[in-house]
Design a protein around this ligand. Structure first.
Ligand code: NIG
Ligand code: FE
Length: 403
């Protein structure tokens, strides 16, 4: 059944934007006083009512009240929202001056969440994840990447990935699972870090493949996690099993991003400590750069060099990193707006980073825009002008609508 939905003050389809490099707001296509024609959940056309009625006289009309600015649903391409417990203790310790690394070394940090997550049943994890994913959806995020990484054994990582799969049938948001068994080596593993990576590449990744639990494999390269030398054979193995690879890189010190690019990672995420030389390398590659301002806010640290990455020609996506430790807030729009103010990003760069460029980081075709044929998952903002959205720094909340 064809449907005509409108009128909307402004519709931003976010189509036709280059996937890499700086963007100006003048590059945004803005359809004023437009209507959306859809059929079975897909967009067919965006235009004036007169024109659409003339060409599709049988379409059913659905009027939307109040002034509204329309955007496609946001895509959060990096989260860790499948977990149990919380880390308010860590947060208090950090605010008292301890660093993320010091807390981890003392046995807190990620390990704490691993203990709580291991203690939760698959059903409980599913329920907790659905609650978080639904909250994200109600704030505009229609596609959410979700990592494992709080199980850290073959069996416990599978439990997390199965919980993500189960949640994907319940929540309104679409979930994209990623295996992050290479988050850290858990202290109860008998061998060294290299041996741990070997175990998961031999005993976990093939099962994930067989059960269809994830198509993506991530690793945290950091002093507290894995070295570049340990990461390379692991990423090779993941690639040989046809997983897309992703790296948590350069969060506290540089080094991981160049390995990620050399290995052909689909995205390299964090980059708060990335050096100029590596910025160039990322920009000249097909690897998307993912800035995670929520982690900078949660840890009280600097932002990823988003402006420099864009100026160098990178594909910059912006994600929340929502997790119980470094980024507990999970408000993607607020974080992107704050990053934009700090790093001097245009609205076009921010909206692209939350939609089409995030889709590129996840290698999702035909997502993140309101192009013809795309799913009609809309965010309707109570505004007259799209610039009000970022100006309100996350306080203007959308109404979600499927057409
Ligand atoms: O992306 N840096 C490593 N991993 C997560 C944090 C996970 C946690 O602290 O629980 C991140 O910030
Ligand atoms: Fe992360």
């Amino acid at each position: 059944m064809k449907r005509l939905t409108g009128p909307f003050t402004q519709i931003l389809p976010l189509t036709g934007l280059p996937l890499k490099g700086p963007l100006k707001d003048s590059q945004l296509q803005v359809v004023s006083n437009g209507w959306i024609l859809s059929n079975n959940g897909r967009i067919i056309a965006i235009c004036t009512l007169e024109r659409l009625r003339r060409d599709h006289p049988s379409a059913q009309i659905e009027e939307v009240m109040d002034e509204r600015v329309v955007l496609p649903g946001f895509i959060d391409c990096h989260t860790h929202i499948c977990y149990a417990g919380n880390r308010m203790q860590d947060y208090a310790l950090r605010c008292a001056g301890k660093s993320y690394g010091e807390i981890a070394e003392a046995g807190g940090g990620i390990w704490d969440t691993v203990t709580a997550t291991r203690g939760a049943s698959e059903e409980t994890l599913t329920e907790l994840l659905v609650r978080r994913a639904d909250r994200h959806f109600s704030e505009g995020v229609t596609i959410i990447e979700v990592k494992s990484g709080y199980g850290l054994s073959v069996e416990q990582e599978l439990k997390q990935l199965r919980a993500i799969k189960a949640a994907s049938y319940i929540t309104k948001a679409a979930l994209v699972p990623t295996c992050l068994a290479a988050h850290i080596k858990h202290s109860d593993f008998g061998g060294n870090r290299g041996e741990y990576l070997e175990l998961i590449s031999k005993e976990l990744l093939p099962v994930i493949k067989i059960e269809g639990l994830a198509k993506r494999v991530d690793i945290f390269i950091d002093n507290s996690a894995f070295t570049t030398e340990q990461a390379i054979p692991f990423l090779e193995r993941a690639k040989s099993l046809e997983f897309d690879i992703i790296v948590h890189a350069d969060q506290f010190s540089a080094g991981g991003s160049s390995v990620a690019v050399e290995m052909g990672a689909v995205s390299v995420d964090h980059l708060e400590a990335t050096k100029d030389r590596d910025i160039k390398m990322i920009a000249n590659s097909n690897t998307a750069a993912v800035a995670l301002p929520g982690a900078s806010l949660g840890l009280g640290m600097g932002y990823a060099p988003a402006r420099k990455l864009l100026n160098a020609g990178a594909c910059l996506a912006i994600a929340s990193d929502w997790n119980p430790g470094s980024a507990p807030m999970g408000d993607l729009l607020m974080q992107a707006a704050v990053l934009g103010a700090a790093e001097k990003l245009s609205a076009a760069e921010i909206f692209a980073g939350l939609t089409v460029r995030a889709a590129q980081a996840l290698r999702l075709d035909n997502r993140g825009t309101l192009a013809i044929g795309a799913p009609g998952n809309l965010q309707l903002y109570p505004a007259n002008d799209y610039r009000e959205i970022l100006y309100n720094q996350g306080k203007l909340k959308p109404m979600m609508k499927s057409v």
